[in-house]
Design a protein around this ligand. Structure first.
Ligand code: 13P
Length: 250
């Protein structure tokens, strides 16, 4: 059976205290729709994590974070640990987003340590992978992505504590997306790789697509075999757009 879809919103460095109203609209919309088919997650910046988790408590919207430090605590100025995220009600952590791999030089080895930290706290690690446009043009999309997966996936990963998000770097925030055939091919290869890594459990790992997912293209993308949801940036900031994408997964 195909895994239950997950629609996750990555708010990136957006949102102020007043954005709780947008979350409230989302919670209301999700409650009003049929939730049996999918799971919904919002990952706000750290400054909003606790307020959002409190606001979403008891609702069908989960709250997650966008990064964590590999360690539980200690002398790491400016960092936030998986334990802290769990402490304020986070259930999932995005790790290895391409913006962190690029802006902060994060290696797959570091991403693996962060994913492990999340999993060790009982949280779900959403591990992001994806090729640049130059890599795709050079015919290296799969070799880059498979290498990122192998090096970022901690031992002890399971379908319950791990989600893989395929986000082609060139599709993020650009309005461009791969063709449906290219998405399907990548996700089929990812499925085979996950079965290779985890055995039969790899069939149940959720494989999200991310990169310019919008109400206008979500239905087609989410219908692809082995696409088990989306990781949505810009279109997750407005409840109305995010709800339209969520309903495309239902
Ligand atoms: P956009 O949906 O804004 O392209 O961002 C995708 C993304 O990076 C989600 O993590």
């Amino acid at each position: 059976m195909a895994p239950r879809p997950l629609i996750a919103g990555n708010w990136k460095m957006n949102g102020l205290l007043a954005s709780e109203q947008e979350l409230q609209k989302l919670i209301g919309g999700v409650a009003a729709s049929d939730g049996s088919q999918r799971e919904v997650l919002v990952c706000p910046p750290f400054t909003l994590l606790q307020a959002f988790a409190k606001r979403a408590a008891g609702s069908a919207v989960g709250i997650g974070a966008q990064d964590c430090h590999p360690n539980l605590s200690g002398a790491h100025t400016g960092d936030i640990s998986a334990q802290m995220i769990k402490d304020v009600g986070g259930t999932s952590i995005i790790v290895g987003h391409s913006e962190r791999r690029t802006d902060h030089g994060e290696s797959s080895d570091l991403v693996k340590q962060k994913a492990k930290a999340a999993q060790d706290e009982g949280l779900t690690a959403i591990i992001c992978v994806g090729e640049t446009e130059a890599e795709r043009d050079a015919g290296q999309a799969w070799s880059v992505v498979s290498d990122q997966v192998s090096k970022s996936l901690p031992s002890g990963s399971t379908a319950s504590n791990t989600v893989i998000a395929y986000e082609p770097v060139w599709a993020i925030g650009t309005g461009r997306t791969p063709t449906i055939d290219d998405i399907a091919a990548m996700h089929d290869d990812l499925r085979t790789a996950m079965v290779g890594h985890l055995g039969d459990d790899g069939n149940s790992v959720r494989l999200l697509y991310g990169g310019s997912m919008k109400p206008g293209n979500a239905t087609e993308i989410l219908a692809v075999t082995n696409v088990n949801g989306g990781l949505v940036g810009g279109a997750s900031l407005k409840a109305e757009d995010f709800l339209a994408i969520i309903s495309a997964a239902s």
